[in-house]
Ligand binder design. Structure first.
Ligand code: NAP
Length: 312
């Protein structure tokens, strides 16, 4: 096993990167395990305009890179493209297994975020990557001058629909109710955008295609109206999130929907194991709240390791 880590952070999104900054500044040996590039969900978010201090907005990838270099400058170590398979308790600490190698850690912060939910309708799996997408920033430019559908009524769906209007000739926003869930100021922009067509009280019933590409979307009504066939080249799905809490199962308490339950300190039900950001049961899922939770968890983890006995 390598040198004992003080604070092992799993996940390199805003929560994990803020935790890394605070851990490193406390002069704790702080290591971030991140299976992809640092930044997490914000790295694939086109534009962020609600992070305090960045009033003009900035690209999500830029904010992720700034957070990463900030933590690295203070001495946080990064094990990028290393995927954690398991965490187990051992002698007052934890053993983290990543890509087959074992790392001893006095404390662990789970900042593993969420994964976009699937719709589970016919055609979704078949046409994934062939017109069905969960990332407008990644795939939007592929639909230049084409009509696409966006599913959902939350912040993600409406923001991504707005982003897609930069490329697409028309964006159909499909929502299962007759009012949006998204933040009001985002809704206002949506309603004045001439390229967005609202389809209220509708849910996708089937994604249709020909020759391996999406050609349309069959919509069912939630209020008893006839089905509607929408000819579109792309379907972007933003119907909520699924917590990436598999590593926590069996270690600490999860909510019925799988989010990790934490105290104000960020501690889970297992002493020494903390969680921060979107994977927790904290209701507001924002870059700023994730960063705040990461800072709190690292501060508290550093205090905890000062008092706990670990014989790893
Ligand atoms: P969300 O807020 O949970 O919204 C999911 C949307 O999908 C809801 O409108 C929901 O309808 C709809 N939906 C759920 N299941 C569906 C189904 N099976 N078929 C059709 N529609 C379905 O998810 P989100 O937009 O991904 O956002 C997740 C979190 O991240 C939120 O806390 C959000 O505030 C945050 N976020 C923030 C920003 C920002 O601050 N700029 C950007 C993106 C995300 P109902 O409304 O009827 O439930």
């Amino acid at each position: 096993m390598s040198d004992l880590i003080d604070i092992a952070i799993i996940g390199g999104g805003p929560a994990g990167l803020a935790a890394a900054l605070y851990g490193a500044r406390a002069r704790a040996k702080t290591v971030v395990f991140e299976k992809a590039l640092p930044g997490g969900q914000i790295a694939i978010t086109d534009w962020i305009e609600n992070y305090p201090g960045f009033g003009d907005g900035l690209a999500g990838s830029e904010l992720g890179e700034k957070m990463h270099s900030h933590a690295a400058r203070f001495g946080a170590e990064f094990r990028t493209f290393e995927s954690v398979q398991s965490i187990r308790e051992d002698r007052g600490g934890f053993v983290v297994t990543a890509d087959g190698a074992e790392f001893g850690a006095r404390s662990v912060i789970l900042a593993t975020g969420t994964t976009p939910r699937r719709l589970d309708v016919p055609g979704e799996a078949e046409f994934t990557g062939r017109g069905v997408s969960w990332c407008a920033t990644c795939d939007g430019p592929l639909f230049r001058d084409k009509e696409v559908a966006v599913i959902g009524g939350g912040d993600a769906a409406v923001e991504e629909a707005l982003f897609l209007t930069k490329f697409c000739s028309k964006v159909h926003l499909i929502h299962r109710r007759n009012e949006l869930r998204a933040t009001k100021c985002i809704q206002e922009r949506c309603f004045v955008n001439g390229k967005i067509a609202m389809h209220w009280n509708r849910v996708p019933a089937q994604i249709l295609g020909e020759d391996g590409r999406v050609t349309g979307l069959m919509l069912a009504s939630t209020v008893g109206e006839p089905d509607e066939l929408l000819p579109v080249a792309g379907v972007f799905i933003f119907v909520g999130l699924h917590p990436n809490s598999e590593l926590a199962k069996g270690l600490c308490t999860l909510s019925p929907s799988g989010y990790i339950i934490i105290e104000h300190s960020g501690m889970t039900s297992l002493p020494g194991l903390y969680a921060a950001g979107d994977v927790t049961d904290y209701p507001l899922k924002q870059a700023v709240t994730a960063a705040a939770q990461g800072a709190t968890a690292a501060f508290e983890a550093d205090r905890w390791i000062g008092s706990a006995v670990c014989t790893l």
